[in-house]
Design a protein around this ligand. Structure first.
Ligand SMILES: [Zn+2]
Length: 148
């Protein structure tokens, strides 16, 4: 099965129904601890493409808190290092979207030069208009103010 379309089935969270998610994405659990699980997809254009997701339902990265927030750094470092070594990749891309599955998950994608992944510029729509300098200044100032 090729993974396409909306992954929220019947208004419930697919990633909270782990066995169903594993079947849907054709993925295999390779590691888990009290707060996180790491699953490697067994289909698609990138060998070693993995989902790192909290066991607890946390919809978006902007709602990350508690023990998952406290442990993310070490878990992400360990998982990406293992994926890089296991696949011989030069680096591992990390993507977080939340558009299709409202359960926080980090898409970990081993990158090989000339491989399937377009990298950061590939995330922009071709011909996307530039934002004004004022909008950039306003965003930077607002973030700085919010973080104190
Ligand atoms: Zn969930």
């Amino acid at each position: 099965m090729v993974v396409t379309g909306d992954s929220v089935v019947d208004g419930e969270c697919l990633l909270c129904r782990v066995a169903e998610a594993d079947a849907y994405f054709q993925r295999r659990r390779v590691w888990a601890d009290a707060h996180w699980r790491l699953s490697v997809l067994l289909q698609g254009p990138v060998a070693g493409f993995a989902h790192l997701e909290p066991r607890r339902h946390i919809p978006y990265v902007t709602e990350l808190d508690g023990p998952e927030a406290a442990t993310l750094g070490p878990v992400l470092a360990r998982a990406t290092a293992a994926l890089r070594e296991a696949t011989g990749a030069d680096k591992v891309y990390v993507y977080v979207f939340g558009d299709r599955v409202p359960h926080l998950h980090f898409n970990l994608a081993p990158h090989h030069p000339g491989g399937a992944l377009a990298g950061g510029p590939g995330l922009l729509r071709p011909g996307a208009a530039l934002v004004s300098a004022d909008a950039h200044e306003a965003a930077a100032a607002a973030v700085a103010r919010l973080l104190g």
